[in-house]
Design a binder for this molecule. Structure first.
Ligand code: URA
Length: 273
């Protein structure tokens, strides 16, 4: 099945919250699996459907099944089943739906998935690692909202050897052009002759944040992999592959973070060791 962009109410795009998925009434009805699109249009025109208590006879009427109550012959239609996909994005893939320059996107890796999903936050083209894709807007909001402090852990290979003092500066928070970074958990993994590998856990997710933090130390990121989102780690997921998050994992992610104000939030225990 081909993935489709979420449809948005024309002219109200700016008012609609980002990632809110709107569909036309005929599509909602046919997707519910009870009739064809043509039948759906006939049923709607015949006045069999109500949206938020009012009969709607326009098949093109926009609805959001998460918020609008859609009823056929007095019986409510169910919202689409929520799905949470964990993808191991390879370097070189864009976190967008389509690229005008024809570069590969994360949707190229989800061909076997038959539900529309959108990315929960972004990963740079040059960054690999965990990316959650979902149709669950509340869940996505929890994971991406910086106020919720959901930790994200990255494995970094940088272009120089970093001293303990430099790692300490990452931990304490650095001044970037968009403001100081929050305290982070940082663990040296190993040093080669001329390069340091370290893991860093941050709770913000600003644009290219890890790269900019390393540049503030006069070094450069050579390789960046997101190895964990909250308590969920890559483990044996293969690069370019995906799996469905379990109910328990989704529950843990919903509980992850949760601190407001300063501090590094509820970081996974292993991140700070
Ligand atoms: N930090 C970065 O620099 N890039 C990412 O993709 C994510 C975090």
């Amino acid at each position: 099945m081909k993935h489709r962009k979420p449809e948005r109410r024309p002219g109200r795009a700016s008012a609609a919250p980002q990632n809110r998925i709107l569909k036309t009434l005929d599509r909602v009805l046919s997707k519910a699996g009870i009739c064809s699109r043509t039948e759906a249009r006939e049923w709607i025109v015949r006045g069999r459907m109500k949206v938020n208590g009012k009969t709607v006879r326009d098949p093109e009427h926009w609805v959001d099944l998460d918020r609008d109550q859609v009823v056929l012959d007095g019986r409510p239609l169910q919202a689409e089943k929520k799905i949470h996909v964990l993808l191991y994005k390879p370097k070189g893939y864009l976190t967008t739906f389509k690229d005008p320059d024809g570069r590969p996107t994360v949707y190229d890796l989800l061909q076997r998935l038959d539900q529309w999903v959108f990315p929960v936050g972004r990963l740079d083209q040059d960054t690999s690692g965990l990316l959650i894709m979902t149709n669950d807007t509340d869940f996505a909001e929890h994971v991406t909202n910086p106020d919720h402090h959901v930790p994200k852990t990255y494995l970094v290979k940088c272009s120089t050897l970093l001293t303990d003092e430099q790692l300490e500066r990452l931990r304490g928070g650095l001044e970037l052009k968009d403001g100081p970074t929050r305290p982070a958990h940082v663990k040296r993994v190993r040093d080669s002759a001329s390069k340091t590998f370290f893991e860093i856990t941050i709770t913000e997710g600003r644009n290219r944040q890890v790269r900019r933090m390393v540049e503030a130390l006069e070094s450069k990121v050579l390789k960046l992999v997101r190895v964990a989102i909250g308590p969920i780690r890559i483990h044996d997921l293969n690069i370019g592959h995906w799996r469905i998050l379990t109910h328990d994992e989704v529950r843990l992610l919903r509980k992850s973070g949760g601190r407001r104000g300063g501090g590094a939030g509820n970081l996974p225990a292993e991140a700070g060791t």
